[in-house]
Design a protein around this ligand. Sequence first.
Ligand SMILES: [Zn+2]
Ligand SMILES: [Zn+2]
Length: 202
Amino acid sequence: MENEFKCEICGTIFQSHESLNQHTSAKHKELIKSERKPLNTKKIRNWIIFILVFVGFIWLVVYGISGTIKEDEFCASQSAAEMNIGSHTNLKNHIHQELEILIDGERQLIPSEIGISPGIMRPIHTHDSSGEVHVEGPCKRDFTLGDFFDVWVKEFDSTKIFDKTTQNGSLKMSVNGQESTEFRNLILKDHDRIKIEYISNK
Ligand SMILES: [Zn+2]
Ligand SMILES: [Zn+2]
C-alpha cells in the first residue's frame, strides 16, 4: 500500500514513482503537453479582435452596398417634381439644355431658381433666367421636358403651353433646329437647344 503509485489519469497502479512517470509520459503525452501549455489568452484575444473586425467589415460592405442600391433606386424612380437632390454634392448626372419659349414672337421669361427653394433642389432646375436648364442628380437617368414643366408647375403638352391652347393657335417645337413632335416626352440631352413656339390664330 505504501509503495503504490496511482496514475491520476487512468488509475493504473505502479510500484515505483519512476514507472509511474514513465507510464505518464508514454501514455498520456498529449494530455501532459496540453496541461503544461497554459491557454494563450493573447492569441485568443487577437482572434476575437480579428473576428470582430472581420464581421464589422462585412457588415459595412453589405450595409454600404444595400444603402447605395436603395439610394440609386430612389434616384431612378422618384418623379423630378418630388425628388430633392439637396445640393450640388455627389453629382453623377450633370447636363444642360437651352430652352426658349416664344408666344406670338415674344420671348417668355424662364425665371432663375426654378426647382430651388430653401432646403430643396430638384434634379431639374435653373440658376439664372437665361433659359439654361440644369439636369443634375446623384444618379444617371433620363428626365423629360415634361419633368421640367412639372418642377416649374406650368402647363405644357402637345396641345398647350401655359394658358395658350391649340384651340386658339398653333404649337410647334424644335430641338437643335429640327422639328420635334415629342413635346412633354422629349428626353433631355446635353446641349439640346429646345424651342417652343406658339402662334395665336388671327
Ligand atoms: Zn448645371
Ligand atoms: Zn445646379
